[in-house]
Design a protein around this ligand. Structure first.
Ligand code: NAG
Ligand code: NAG
Ligand code: NAG
Length: 453
């Protein structure tokens, strides 16, 4: 009886692991960067140089100061909520008082305003965490996308998303109506842009994905991105006054490559060929918040190469996200860098939730981890290709996480000395309940003009 049990478990493990390990992220292959840089012309080489400086400038010398800001505002909020439900309703008075659902400090910054549609750029003041200096297209004109087509990737038609994201200068990009945009090649963005899907149901699906390469200052908010495939490359416009040759795209939902000040908020993503969101090549100052992820194997890759020490400046905040159904691994998988994982709900994984190699710092605070039923995959964490004698020094800390259904987080490295929590923090009391509430509206929101969202 025992034996059969063990055999069954072994069989399950092998069957489960086989198809998964066969497909590794394309960025981790040794010739990936070489292949990509081969096609960089003078224009991209120059951009890479500028981006490297920008990324270094976006790096926070003292990571604790920023994480502390995010967690202390969460804690304060929860402290207040314990005093009554007032804070769930917001501060609105009179006839505009609506059922505002905002439950976390990023959302509370804008969602209770029934006038959000006339005050869209207010969103740019709401980001917290390492991406907190991201302004996107704030200060620029509104660009209304009216045409979902993508028939000419070199000379995109005015009114299309590709035309919008390749213009010079800051732009706040919105949509005239709900639409499904099927990108014929990767969408290469330029600096100082916001893609704001609020008020419409915008899907980027069944085509290529979004590329954020050697640029800074991008907000992506309120859209759905799914079923993204590898596309063949060729000539693609990447700026108002430039187009160039691209190799085939990776098949990421959103690819962040050597870029900084990026905020991804209230995005729903699933089922892309490569990663849902990958951040590589010295990218930093990134916040990914309030988003909902499902149906994917390798969810997020932060740093693709063991030899790429430039990723040491990588600082990424993951906050109030829901890692949901049919996810397998890498939520995220990190190399080097500092990743603050705060108040996310992890409700499904099939291998592990958070992993990495090459000494990344991972501070996991106030998350909810619900392990799957299979007894072999209860561990939240995974150290890749490293002896314990080495990884025992990596700082991976779990603080006030709620671990359910047998989930366990193997900590390593020193305790967080400058602990970003102080006495006022109440998260300890019922962290699980709080994460459910904080992440309840993760993913794209169905905002209606004239109503709190
Ligand atoms: C790099 O290019 C070579 C030759 O075109 C190709 O065989 C290989 O698969 C490419 N590698 C990646 C990671 O794209
Ligand atoms: C924390 O947030 C407040 C309000 O948004 C801001 O004024 C302050 O500069 C931030 N502090 C740090 C250390 O980031
Ligand atoms: C983006 O905006 C900033 C601030 O307005 C400006 O300094 C910078 O030159 C802009 N970058 C590009 C590439 O337009």
């Amino acid at each position: 009886m025992e034996k059969i049990h063990i055999l069954l478990h072994l069989f399950y493990l092998v069957v489960m692991l086989l198809p998964i390990t066969l497909h590794a992220n394309v960025k981790e292959k040794p010739d990936y960067f070489e292949n990509h840089s081969k096609v960089f012309d003078g224009y991209w080489k120059e951009k890479a140089k500028i981006a490297e400086q920008d990324n270094k400038a976006a790096y926070f010398r003292d990571p604790y100061s920023v994480s502390s800001n995010l967690t202390s505002s969460v804690s304060e909020l929860i402290t207040m909520n314990n005093g009554g439900r007032r804070n769930l309703i917001g501060h609105l008075k009179g006839k505009n008082k609506g059922p505002c659902q905002a439950t976390n400090p990023i959302d509370r910054c804008w969602r209770c305003d029934p006038n959000w549609a006339n005050n869209r750029q207010k969103l740019a003041d709401c980001v917290l965490g390492f991406g907190r200096n991201t302004k996107g297209g704030k200060g620029g004109p509104i660009y209304v996308v009216i045409d979902p087509s993508d028939s000419d990737v070199v000379n995109p038609k005015p009114g299309t998303l590709r035309h919008a994201v390749t213009r010079n200068g800051p732009l706040w990009i919105i949509f005239s109506r709900s639409m499904v945009i099927n990108l014929k090649q990767e969408l290469i963005m330029t600096s100082n842009k916001t893609i704001d899907g609020r008020g419409s149901d915008v899907h980027i699906a069944h085509g290529a994905g979004i590329t954020i390469q050697f640029i800074k200052n991008v907000i992506i908010h309120g859209i759905k991105v799914y079923n993204i495939e590898v596309h063949g490359g060729g000539l693609i416009r990447d700026a108002e006054n430039h187009f160039g040759l691209r190799t085939q795209s990776d098949g990421d939902g959103i690819s962040i490559f050597g870029s900084s000040n990026i905020w991804i908020d209230h995005v729903s993503m699933k089922n892309c060929y490569d990663g849902l969101i990958d951040a590589i090549m010295g990218s930093t100052a990134i916040t990914i918040s309030n988003s909902h992820f499902t149906d994917h194997n390798e969810v997020m890759l932060f740093g693709a190469s063991d030899s790429h020490e430039a990723d040491k400046i990588m600082q990424i905040t993951l906050a109030f996200n829901h890692f949901g159904k049919r996810l397998i691994q890498r939520m995220p998988r990190c190399r080097f860098g500092f990743v603050h994982v705060v108040n996310n709900a992890y409700t499904h994984w099939e291998m592990y939730a958070i992993g990495g190699s090459k000494n990344p710092t991972i501070i996991s605070e106030g998350n909810k981890f619900i392990a799957p039923n299979n007894i072999h995959i209860k561990q939240v964490t995974k150290r890749e290709y490293t002896l314990e004698s080495v990884w025992k020094n990596w700082q991976w800390r779990s603080i006030n996480d709620e671990l359910l259904n047998g989930a366990y987080f193997i900590q390593s490295g020193p305790e967080l000395k400058n602990r970003p929590f102080d006495r006022k923090d109440m998260i300890k009391a019922r962290p699980g309940t709080q994460v459910g509430r904080l992440t309840r509206n993760a993913g794209r929101l169905a905002c209606k003009v004239g109503k709190p969202c």
